[in-house]
Each structure stands twice: as C-alpha cells, then as structure tokens.
Design a binder for this molecule. Structure first.
Ligand SMILES: NC(=O)c1ccc[n+]([C@@H]2O[C@H](COP(=O)([O-])OP(=O)(O)OC[C@H]3O[C@@H](n4cnc5c(N)ncnc54)[C@H](OP(=O)(O)O)[C@@H]3O)[C@@H](O)[C@H]2O)c1
Length: 360
C-alpha cells in the first residue's frame, strides 16, 4: 500500500511547522527534501521516515512520489519546484498540494486541470494563508451576491516573514503588479491602485499587490474583475509609486543574489512567541453592475501557524479521497466556510461603508 503523504521541503521554516502540526494531529507523513543532513535531523526529532531527493531528474522525482497518495510541497520559491513535482504527480497518479501564492505558478497549475483529471489526480495548490482565508472569503461574498462582476480583496497584518517568504518577495521584484480584467490577467505597475479599507480597525490605506487570489479567486467565483490589496503606511504607498522604475534593478540577478544571501544569513523567521502575538485580517468585497455590494472580513491567527493548520487539514482530506480530481482551489474543494473550522478565525459581514476607493 502507498504511504499517505510526502511533505517535500519539510525542513524549511514553514515545512517544519507543517510537519510538526501533522505529527501533533496524529499523522505520520514522510519527510522529503534535497539535503540529507537537515532532513535526517528533522526525521530523527519527529520520529518519521524520510526521502532525500532533488528535483533535478524527472525519473527520480517520479520514482519517489509514486510511493505516496499525495505530495504536499512546501519547497519555495515555487517557481523552482512546483512544475517538476506536478509533472511527476500527474505521471504517477499522485495527488498534489502546495502552499504557493505566486500568480504565475498558480496559473501554470490551473492549466493542467484536464491533464490531471485524465490521470485521476487532484491538484490543490495554495493551501496556506495565501490563499485559504481570502479564497473562502471571496467565495462567501460571491455566494451573497451571485450577480457580482467585481471582486476586491485586502490583507492586513503581514508583519513578520520567513526566509522563503522573503525570497519569494525578492523574486517578485522581477514581476510587475497584476489585476484581472474581464477574466484576463493584466500586468500593471506596482501600487497601481489605492483605496482605503477597514479591516476592523478603522480605514487604512491599501495598494494593489499581485496576491495569489488574482489567479485562484477567478476559478473559485468566476468573477472576471479582481484586485488584491495590502495595507501599507501612507508614506510607503507614495514611495512605491515613486520607485516603480527601480523594480527591474531590484530584480536583476546580482541584486537578487545579494538579497537572497543576506536573507540566508540573517533571517530565521518569526519565533513561536512572535507568532502567538500576531493577528492577520482579510477583507473581500463583491460588487455588481446594478450597484449591489457585499463585503465581509476575517480575523485570523498568525499567517504561518494558520498555514501549518490549513495545509495539514487540506492534505488529510485529499488523502482521504474527499476532493475531486483536476485543478481545485481551497474554496472549490471545501466551501466558503472551510476557514472557519480553524481555531481563532472569525468572520463578520461588513454592512458599513468599509471601503473607499482613492482617486489616483
Ligand atoms: N501560502 C502561504 O501562505 C505561505 C506561508 C508560508 C510560506 N509560504 C511559501 O513557502 C515557501 C517556503 O517558505 P519557508 O519560509 O519555509 O522557506 P525556507 O525556510 O527558505 O525553506 C524553503 C525550503 O524549500 C527548499 N527548496 C527551495 N528551493 C528548492 C529546490 N529548487 N529544490 C528542492 N528544494 C528546494 C529548501 O531546501 P534547501 O534548504 O535545501 O534549499 C527548504 O527546505 C516560500 O515560497 C514561501 O513564500 C507560503
């Protein structure tokens, strides 16, 4: 019989949280990664099996993933890992999950929907903080306003970062901003639009950022116009606009290499105490052409702790065969209320004028 679950990238900052959460919930996943030393140490501590393999050779990856019902990929930046693992999973009939949040990665997985269906494989990316809460909230507001044509999503409280998250952000310097218009992805400058959003603590300035929902919320809700915002201090919004032209420089190879080396040396990620004291908030608003408007917001625990919980629970359901084949989003797989099942998550429907667009 195949083993249940392989967690690949398990010794990274987030992978460790995910593996520990799985063990605490009585599961025995197998740990995977490309370096033997940290993997051995982790497997010994958690008393779990391990598989050391890199993602260089397709036949090696296939041989490894074929042993499992599902793979949960925590090795990011996912632009370097998702495609190879997805290909091996489709080839071997293994279900695939990840905690990616990059739009181009998610779009590439979505494109393999039919291929996965034919192979009886579930592809369920983005089962971390990015995008479980926002995807569920998008589905919630769309359910309350089925005529919706526009969706705006905002995130507040991304205070602390792990090494991998920062590397993904550095990688994002090479990418422009993005919005979805009439169902199509459109490149836009960073901080393309601004608005003020009340995520439960009064209105705060927010700017457009290329969050993963630009991809996933479209497949979840079918809404063709989507913007995603992050709250920022007012001075930062101005700065982002003024430094738009520096983006290609920041993303150049030498600058990226220098930034990634600095991250490796100095960034270890938030401590358990910092995570315990951290709260995040997300907000979604659906509007239609007749002036209809529905908004709601969520308060969640720390992004990394919630990521570990949602990733483990999503993987459990996939392994148990509860999810349809083909490409899925968290809310298409589990419904709008899925996120409410996790401790510390609260949703409220916003009936006040919680969001005010700001003219450019
Ligand atoms: N969806 C969410 O809400 C969410 C939440 C947290 C994190 N994330 C994302 O998850 C990713 C990991 O974050 P992290 O903080 O755990 O990063 P991290 O501490 O740097 O760990 C990254 C892990 O991925 C492995 N890895 C990276 N590139 C690889 C490659 N080409 N082949 C094989 N293994 C590779 C690393 O192995 P080596 O050490 O051997 O390089 C390490 O095990 C990031 O992309 C981050 O943005 C998403």
């Amino acid at each position: 019989m195949a083993d249940e679950l392989l967690i690949y990238g398990s010794y990274g900052y987030t992978g460790q949280l995910v593996a520990r959460e799985a063990v605490e919930r009585g599961r025995s996943p197998v740990l995977g990664g490309r370096r033997a030393e940290p993997l051995e140490a982790q497997a010994t501590t958690l008393d779990l099996d391990r598989r050391v393999f890199s993602l260089e050779h397709p036949h090696v990856i296939e041989e490894r993933v074929a042993e499992f019902d599902a793979v949960l990929n925590c090795a990011g930046p996912f632009s370097r890992t998702a495609d190879r693992l997805v290909s091996a999973c489709i080839e071997t009939g293994t279900d695939y999950l990840d905690i990616a949040g990059e739009i181009d990665v998610l779009e590439a997985v979505a494109e393999r929907d039919r291929e996965a269906e034919r192979a009886d494989v579930t592809l369920l990316p983005a089962v971390g903080f990015d995008v479980v809460p926002t995807d569920c909230l998008a589905a919630h507001v769309e359910t309350r306003l089925p005529s919706a044509t526009h969706l705006a999503i905002a995130i507040d409280g991304m205070g602390t970062f792990s090494p991998g998250t920062l590397k993904s952000i550095v990688e994002g310097f090479t990418r422009p901003g993005a919005v979805r218009e009439e169902g199509t992805l459109r490149e836009v400058p960073p901080a393309y639009r601004r608005r003020r959003v009340d995520l439960g603590q009064g209105a705060k300035p927010a700017v457009t950022v290329p969050w993963g929902d630009i991809s996933t919320a479209y497949y979840t809700t079918g809404i063709g116009d989507i913007e995603t915002y992050a709250t920022v201090p007012a001075y930062a919004a101005d700065l982002m606009e003024r430094t738009r032209d520096l983006a290609p420089l920041m993303g150049s190879r030498p600058v990226r290499w220098a930034l990634e080396s600095t991250i490796d040396r100095f960034v270890s990620g938030p401590t358990a105490e910092e995570r315990a004291n951290s709260v995040s908030r997300v907000w979604a608003e659906a509007t239609d052409d007749e002036g209809g408007r529905v908004a709601a917001r969520l308060r969640t625990p720390d992004t990394y702790d919630l990521t570990a919980e949602t990733a483990v629970e999503s993987a459990r359901r996939v392994v148990d065969g509860d999810v349809a084949d083909g490409f899925q989003t968290p809310a298409s797989a589990f419904g709008p209320d899925y996120v409410l099942e996790f401790d510390g998550v609260a949703r409220e429907d916003a009936t006040d004028g919680v969001s005010v667009p700001v003219d450019d």
